[in-house]
Ligand binder design. Structure first.
Ligand SMILES: Cc1ncc(COP(=O)(O)O)c(C=O)c1O
Length: 398
């Protein structure tokens, strides 16, 4: 049987490393797992307590509202005002999603179809590219590398080269996997461009709270007039350590939000209501928690980046996200990221994500996710040091 839609998906390279990791663990090996961006910190107790309390009430076991309960959309609106000075009308400019990932995938269904094109950075978090693919559209990639100095200019150039003109531009900063960050000026230019060229902007702001060294990440909705041309995604997965809960939001342009709400009303009955009720606590009462979570990731980032640099593998410290995007050291570059990741797993007992999984141009990199504690990260760096020394020794004996 020839399958539709998924036939445009490349083999999922993350699975190859994951399977090796599982096999190694089955053999009793201690693998430091910095592969998937799956937060290891527990959800704060006030949020868990609220879930438990709400789950005891039978009335919360029914189908919920697919666009999210009013009080939760109101809490999102309050959060935007407090955090960014942005006004969001909870009635018509916000929708609750089953995590940002689900929201992104379905949003593309209402924005593009066969014959349309979306502009997306590359490498990037896979659903950024594949949401447009699933919706039947073409994707044009805009390279995002450590050498990128003016991503807006690169976007503009890609736009000018594309015909028919792209209908959607998807961006996401702080960026997974590269850690690239932008300032408000970037979004001002992007919004102006979108208004002038009648193109729609989707901003995935999943790492809004995971930022370091005093960096203040801008929301695209801070730009006056952004709501005419943009929608932004917020996720509680990283900021509030709620990845398994599956809850996120889209906010912005009322017409597009209404489109997504309408589509979702045919697809789902909303997130389990006790989770939505607990998410109100997350948004209303846990600002300090998300700052503490960011500090944990910042300390882990420092341990990893300093450690790798010390053992002869210099890497840049990102200003945001929970990832370190590391160029494969020169001697190993020709292996490519998949083989190098396998080598790190077998020789250093460290699992990472091969850069090629985020797009072809990611092949010179691997991505470390900061999801083990500082001690375990130190242990991982020691493993890498030993693996590099062994490989160097083998090479010099040849
Ligand atoms: C850029 C980006 N967007 C969205 C997500 C997923 O968010 P959620 O858990 O809300 O679906 C991730 C998870 O790694 C991500 O890196």
């Amino acid at each position: 049987m020839e399958l539709r839609r998924i036939d445009r998906l490349p083999p999922y390279v993350f699975t190859a490393v994951d399977e090796m990791k599982i096999a190694a663990r089955r053999h009793g090996e201690d693998i430091i797992d910095l592969g998937m961006g799956n937060p290891d910190l527990p959800t704060p107790s006030p949020i868990v307590d609220k879930l438990v309390e709400a789950a005891r009430h039978g009335r919360n076991h029914r189908y919920s509202a697919s666009r999210g309960i009013t009080k939760l959309r109101l809490a999102l609106s309050d959060w935007y005002r407090r955090r960014f000075g942005v006004e969001i009308d909870p009635e018509c400019e916000a929708v609750v999603t089953i995590g940002a990932k689900e929201g992104l995938a379905h949003l593309m269904w209402v924005l593009v179809r066969s014959g349309d094109t979306a502009l997306v950075p590359e490498p990037t978090y896979p659903i950024h590219q594949f949401s447009a693919v699933f919706a039947g559209a073409e994707v044009n990639s805009v390279p995002l590398t450590p050498d990128t100095t003016d991503f807006f200019a690169d976007l503009q150039e890609a736009y000018d080269r594309t015909w028919p003109r792209p209908r959607v531009i998807l961006v996401s900063f702080p960026h997974n996997p590269t850690g690239h960050c932008v300032d408000l000026g970037f979004f001002e230019r992007l919004v102006r461009f979108a208004r002038e060229n009648d193109v729609f902007i989707v901003h995935d702001f999943a790492y809004a709270e995971i930022v370091f060294d005093g960096y203040e990440p801008p929301s695209i909705l801070q730009v006056p007039g952004a709501k005419d041309v943009a929608v932004e995604f917020i996720s509680l997965s990283k900021s509030h350590s709620m990845p398994g809960w599956r809850i996120g939001f889209a906010a912005g342009n009322a017409e597009v939000i209404a489109g997504l709400q309408r589509l979702k009303s045919y697809l789902d009955y909303g997130v389990f209501q006790p989770i939505q009720i607990a998410a109100i606590i997350a948004l209303n009462e846990c600002d300090t928690v998300s700052r503490q979570v960011a500090q944990v990731y910042q300390r882990r980032r420092d341990v990893l980046c300093d450690g790798l640099t010390r053992v002869g593998w210099p890497v840049e410290r990102p200003k945001g996200t929970m990832f370190v995007w590391a160029p494969i050291p020169g001697d190993y570059r020709e292996l490519g990221s998949l083989e190098f990741s396998k080598l790190l797993l077998t020789e250093a007992r460290v699992a990472v994500s091969p850069g090629v999984g985020f797009g072809r141009s990611g092949d010179g990199f691997v991505r470390f996710a900061l999801v083990e504690n500082e001690e375990r990260i130190r242990q991982g760096v020691q493993g890498i040091k030993r693996a590099i020394e062994c490989a160097d020794g083998r090479r010099s004996r040849r």
